[in-house]
Every structure is written in C-alpha cells, then in structure tokens.
Write a protein that binds this ligand. Structure first.
Ligand code: HEM
Length: 503
C-alpha cells in the first residue's frame, strides 16, 4: 500500500515538474503581462468564473490596461481600456472571429462545422443573418412578432371571465413564457392543422429549451452533452420539431428559416437532422438573451414609478398618433418600424436595463503572430491566442456612468428628451460606451429585431395591464454569474407580481 502511494506521489511530482518546465508559458519581450494561474490547464478560470468583474478590475490595477490570463488551456489577452476598443477593431485582418463561434455552435448544438472552409456547407451564414434579420426582412419579422405577442397575451389571460381579478405569477416566468411562445411562432410559424395542440407543443418546446439552456455554460466550457442525459434528450426533441418534414406543416415561417430550408446548397453534407440542429442554434441565439433582457426591462420599469409614468405616457401618445385604441375584442395593435423607432423613453429604458444585466465576452482568435498597436503601447500576440473585450467593465464604470449600479430610466436621454449618445471617460468622448450586442464583426445581426420585440412587449404590457409587485419594496435580484460571457444574465431568483386587465 505504502509502495503504491509512493509511486503515485513520485508520478504526480514528475508531472508537476514537467508542467513547470515545458507546460508553463513564459512571457516574451513585447508581450503583455502574463498570469498563468496555479492549476495546470485550468489557469485562472476558477477566479475568473467566480467573479469576472472583480478579477479583471484587480488584474487591471496590478498589470495595467492589457494583460494575459490562461483560461482552460487558452491564452486570453484582455483589453480593458475602452479607448482601445476602436483600435482593436482596426486589426480585423489578424483575427478569425468565426473560428471560436463555429466551434462552440458545433459543440453545443451537435452539428458538424458550418465553416465553409471545412467543406460541409457552402452557406455564408453571416450574410444569411444580415439579409434575413435586417432591411426588408425586419419589417415582416416585426409585424409577425406584434401579432404573435397579442395572440399569446390576449387569450386566455384576457378572457372576460377573469378580466376583473388579479393574476399572480413570477415575473421572470411570465416574460419567459410570453416571449418564448411569441418568438418561436415568429421564427417557425404556426401549425394551422392542429391549432388546439399548438400551445401544448410550444410549452413542451419551452420546457426542453429551459433544460438545454441550463447546461449551456458547461457545453461552452467543453463538457460533452452526453454527461447531461436530460439536457441531451431535450436538445434532440427540440431539433426533431425543426426537421424539414415538420417545418413544412407550418405557415408564415420567417425568411431567416425558409432561406436556409431551401438553400441551394448542393455541396451540403448535412442531413435533415443536422440542418434542424442549425435551426436550433438560431432559436437559441434569438431567445437566450431576449428572455432575460425582457424581464429586466419590465422589472426595472415597474419598480420606478417615474419610469412607469413616463413610459406609459409615451406609449399612449404613440397609439393616439397612429389612430389606434386598445381593445380586447378589436383589431390587434400594429405599429410600423418608424413609429417604434420614435420612442426614446422606451429606448432609454431598454438600454439601461441591458447595461445593468449584460456580461458578454467579445472574443477574437489570432490567425497569425502579429503586433497589436494600442493607445497605451504595442504588444506581440501569438497565433491562436485570444483577444477579448469585456464590456461590463465599461458598463459599470463610475467614470462613464455615475452610480453605475442604479437604474436610471432616463440615463440615455438628453435634457430635451432626445436620445443621448455622448458619454465621457476622463473628460474624453467615448466611441464605444454601450456594447451588449457585441462589436465589430461579431455585432449581433438580430439587435434591431431584439429591440423591436422588447419594445412591443412593453407597449402591450403597459397598454393592456395594470401591474403591481407583490412586495413593493422588493430588492433587485442578483445576476446569475454562472452565465457570464454568454450575454444577458438572468436573475438568480424570480420576483412575484400581479396583473389584471386595464378598464
Ligand atoms: C437582448 C437581446 C440580444 C442580445 C443582448 C444579443 C447579443 C448578441 C451578441 C453579444 C452576439 C455576438 C456574440 C459573439 O461575440 O460572438 C450575438 C450574436 C448573434 N445574435 Fe444576438 N443578441 C440578442 C438577440 C438576438 C435576436 C433576437 C436574434 C435573432 C432573431 C439574434 C441573433 C444572433 C445571431 C444569429 C448571432 C450570431 C452572429 C454570427 O455569428 O454571425 N440575437 N448576439
């Protein structure tokens, strides 16, 4: 027994020495300061994961505006000076912005690589996204979403029998349910042949989506989905519903999906199930951030009487100017993109809610060795290293946003009530001050639609319902830090509220 322990002890000691001699990276001249962390491979991932904002602030104080950390075998150069963001974008030719995203998508959703250079498909997904989420396509998406939101919100919640009584529900569950159903119908259309079973179908998808989404951070970290039996089943069921034969039964499918269903991709080696998994990736991109973001918009507004009053007034005026009245039985409300874009108070509320809840990581992989020239100096970057921006650092910087943790509904408004676009750090105007949708080549292609759908949700909620928090003094729930890097963080606990039809 003693001999076995001794052999194990020697083996571990040799491995540690080998790791110290060959495995550990040493900083070369011209490279940013380096933190290898204490644990082989893992590096600083545990400290980063525990509290990314604090970890980055501490390292910034220790090393300066740029430093390198080893995270799960990768060397990540963090750029923390917002004035350098612009310069980083200008080094685009040295970065492969797709590599990381394609790899994560394949790992999480279970399809092969969608990088055309790997030969499985000819589709330029980035082009497809821009064409089918912006421009003319945005009109039909926005129209469909408004119709679907009203389809979801009006019955049975607004049925005459319970129109006088309050309904109590968790606000996050409510936002999740309403936005998921309306969003799913908007992307994948309605099954007209089995209308009565529609809601059960969507609810099943919602439960599967929740189960799959819960383990998403683990999948991004590289843990295989087979370790999570229930989430794996949930993913397969979600994909099954998105197979061509099932989508064909649905009406009014968005261009985002039809373009890809009927893509003239003769070189594609994807079968139907694998294509369905790429549709699932889009469902995730469209919902995973929008659902918590919608909650934060509603929660912060309800908690601030002034925000609620000003927003409701803006909505009332917009409906009046468009000659429409709220009515349960009448025609659904419809607002054009122009009318939606002319609502600065709702815009400011949405921006402020996203500023407070967003924790995305903007990542670019270095295609080759190169020198990164920044405001504060030049730094050598090695091939395959990652350059990362963490916008939460600037979103919560008291120099840029005084009282950064306080929700101020009018923070993004000027004195004249028009949108405010000038923000300063140390007296100098910033180009990048608001980045929940990413930046440069990885800027979210669905951002315009996302803002429209959140606005539509708020418009309908403020118009149709009276709402109250069950505990009017309730504290703001903490952000769920386990999802840092993925975008908008959900609350760690739900908040009860009650709602009833406005008379
Ligand atoms: C509040 C809502 C949303 C937020 C905060 C958000 C944020 C982001 C961010 C930060 C990225 C870039 C990720 C990276 O750096 O690689 C991204 C990518 C993406 N988003 Fe969004 N998003 C939202 C809603 C939407 C919606 C509604 C859609 C579609 C209907 C959408 C579609 C996409 C797609 C397709 C990509 C991948 C783009 C590519 O790889 O070329 N997003 N989103």
């Amino acid at each position: 027994m003693l001999t076995i322990s001794l052999i194990w002890g020697i083996a571990v000691a040799i491995c540690c020495c080998l790791w110290l001699i060959i495995g550990i990276r040493r900083r070369r001249i011209g490279e940013p300061p380096l933190d290898n962390g204490l644990i082989p491979y893992v590096g600083c991932a545990l400290q980063f994961g525990a509290n990314p904002l604090e970890f980055l602030r501490t390292n910034k104080r220790k090393y300066g505006h740029i430093f390198t950390c080893k995270l799960m075998g990768k060397y990540v150069h963090f750029i923390t000076n917002p004035f350098s963001y612009n310069t980083v974008m200008r080094h685009g030719k040295y970065f492969d912005w797709k590599k990381f995203n394609f790899a994560v998508s394949a790992k999480a959703f279970g399809h092969r690589s969608i990088d055309p250079s790997d030969g499985n498909t000819t589709e330029n997904v980035h082009e497809t996204f821009t064409k089918t989420l912006q421009g003319d396509a945005l009109n039909s998406l926005t129209e469909a979403m408004m119709e679907n939101l009203q389809y979801v919100l009006r019955p049975p919640v607004l049925s005459k029998t319970n129109s006088d009584s309050w309904v109590t529900e968790g606000m996050y569950s409510f936002c999740y349910r309403v936005m998921f159903e309306a969003g799913y119908l908007t992307l994948f259309g309605k099954d007209l042949t089995r209308q009565e079973a529609q809601r059960t179908f969507i609810l099943n998808n919602l439960n599967n989506f929740k189960q799959f989404d819960k383990i998403f951070p683990a999948l991004v970290a590289g843990i295989p989905i087979h370790m999570f039996k229930n989430a794996h089943n949930a993913r397969e069921k979600l994909a099954e519903a998105l197979k061509h034969e099932n989508l064909q039964k649905r009406d009014n499918i968005s261009e985002l999906i039809t373009t890809r269903m009927f893509l003239n991709d003769t070189l594609s080696t994807f079968d139907d199930k694998e294509k369905a998994k790429t549709h699932l990736a889009l469902l995730w991109a469209a919902q995973a951030n929008t659902l918590p973001a919608t909650f934060w918009c509603l929660f912060h507004t309800i908690r601030s009487p002034e925000a609620m009053k000003t927003a409701t007034e803006e909505v009332r005026k917009a409906l009046e100017n468009s000659g429409q009245k709220i009515s349960f039985e009448g025609k659904p409300i419809s607002l054009t993109q122009m009318q939606l874009n002319d609502m600065p108070v709702l815009d400011s509320i949405i921006k402020e809610a996203l500023r407070l809840s967003s924790a995305s990581l903007n990542i670019r992989a270095a295609k080759e060795d190169f020198t990164l020239h920044l405001e504060e100096g030049s730094y050598n970057i090695r091939k395959d290293d990652i350059v990362a921006l963490y916008p939460q650092l600037l979103h919560l910087d008291p120099e840029i946003y005084p009282d950064p943790l306080v929700f101020k509904y009018d923070r993004f408004l000027n004195e004249n009530g028009k949108p405010k676009t000038s923000f300063y750090c140390n007296g100098i105007k910033l180009k990048y001050y608001y980045m929940p949708f990413g930046s440069g080549l990885t800027l979210c292609p669905g951002r315009l639609f996302a803002v429209h759908e959140m606005k539509q949700f708020l418009i309908l909620m403020f118009s149709y319902f009276e709402m109250q928090l069950i505990d009017s003094q309730v504290k703001c729930p903490p952000l769920d830090q386990s999802r840092v890097g993925l975008g908008i963080l959900p609350p760690t606990n739900d908040i009860d509220f009650k709602y009833k039809l406005k008379h």
